[in-house]
Design a protein around this ligand. Structure first.
Ligand SMILES: Cc1cc2nc3c(=O)[nH]c(=O)nc-3n(C[C@H](O)[C@H](O)[C@H](O)COP(=O)(O)OP(=O)(O)OC[C@H]3O[C@@H](n4cnc5c(N)ncnc54)[C@H](O)[C@@H]3O)c2cc1C
Ligand code: FES
Length: 302
């Protein structure tokens, strides 16, 4: 017996909002490369989060490796796997990469067990970056929730190293409890030396907590934002940046002047495996940094 397939009814087109850009530029030669690196220092920031100072071993490669604030690397722990991690250090320290890593699953648990001098591999840097040059001459509002301060550190270092180019710099940082606050040892330097206006808030304070209590959006009552002259960088869980960006938009900050860090599960980091796709967008290449207007126009992005 022969079966006849009703060809007219077969949908041969995959469902996509719009076709991907098949002529997208690629830098496979560079991004396929694994930089051999070594862990030179480990700082326990909270119970679940450690900051790893990593140095690229080869001095020539160390000079060649450069990144921009907001980009990430694929961190390989040989034998265990590879994970995408935002670079949480200054762009000016050649060959040095700061990685702030929370214990989540298999690879990050093993990374937390790593000792000084452990060899790791770095691929990248990958992804889009915060438009630091566009922000010159404007106020910059940096808003982080929880681990979101990790990707925010690179733009903070950048602004502070070029401080005279930017106007008012305000940092709003919120966590669940005071114990979850990261990098508190740097706040004094950022505010006193670099004139950053820092505001902290937690949802559940303890008896020693001297700052505000509530949600990150409650900090908006503490600051004056000039919507016409402000760029915003927002890092944290998607639910947080949805509320934060909607508030900023309501007071007049245009959606394309707010930048968020959109994280998805990733495998290759360079537009090959499709693991990170949202609609027809590769979050590893078209992101993780995107303006809020673009994010709002991506189906299922948040
Ligand atoms: C661009 C980018 C930058 C990142 N930067 C950092 C960073 O600076 N510091 C940091 O600690 N983590 C960061 N992450 C998240 C980190 O990559 C994951 O926590 C890590 O891949 C988990 O791997 P694992 O093998 O330890 O856990 P797995 O065993 O793979 O997973 C453990 C749990 O984590 C969840 N998970 C895994 N990956 C992600 C993800 N990408 N987003 C949300 N949930 C996830 C899984 O669903 C599962 O519930 C970033 C992710 C991306 C995409
Ligand atoms: S992670 Fe492979 S395509 Fe984005």
């Amino acid at each position: 017996m022969t079966y006849r397939i009703p060809e007219d009814n077969i949908n041969t087109q995959p469902f996509m909002e719009k076709l991907p850009d098949f002529n997208r530029p690629t830098e496979l030669m560079r991004t396929d490369k694994v930089y051999e690196a070594v862990i030179t220092n480990i700082v326990q920031l909270t119970e679940m989060v450690k900051l790893f100072h990593v140095q690229i071993t080869d001095p020539v490669e160390a000079k060649l490796f450069s990144f921009l604030p907001g980009q990430f690397v694929m961190v390989e722990l040989p034998g265990f796997g590879e994970v995408p991690i935002s670079i949480s250090s200054s762009t000016s320290r050649k060959g040095h990469v700061g990685l702030c890593i929370r214990k989540a699953g298999k690879v990050t648990h093993m990374l937390h067990k790593a000792q000084l001098n452990t060899k790791i591999g770095l691929r990248g840097p990958f992804g889009t970056h915060f438009p630091m040059k566009k922000m010159i001459g404007h106020n910059v509002l940096l808003i982080a929730g929880g681990l979101g301060l990790a990707p925010l550190r690179a733009p903070i270092f950048w602004i502070n190293e070029h401080r005279s180019e930017y106007k008012d710099v305000t940092i709003l940082y919120g966590t669940k409890t005071p114990k979850d606050i990261l990098f508190d040892y740097q706040f004094e330097m950022w505010s006193k030396i670099y004139d950053n206006d820092i505001h902290l808030i937690v949802e559940k304070p303890d008896k020693n907590w001297k700052h505000k209590t509530g949600m990150i959006t409650d900090l908006f009552k503490e600051v004056t934002i000039d919507p016409v002259n402000t760029y915003a960088i927002v890092c944290g869980p998607p639910v947080m940046f949805k509320f934060v960006c909607s508030h900023l938009n309501k007071i007049g900050v245009p959606m394309d002047r707010m930048f968020v860090d959109l994280e998805r599960r990733m495998h290759c980091g360079m537009g090959k495996c499709c693991r990170c796709m949202v609609g027809s967008t590769f979050t590893c290449e078209d992101g993780p940094v995107m303006d809020f207007w673009t994010v709002m126009n991506l189906k299922e992005a948040i």
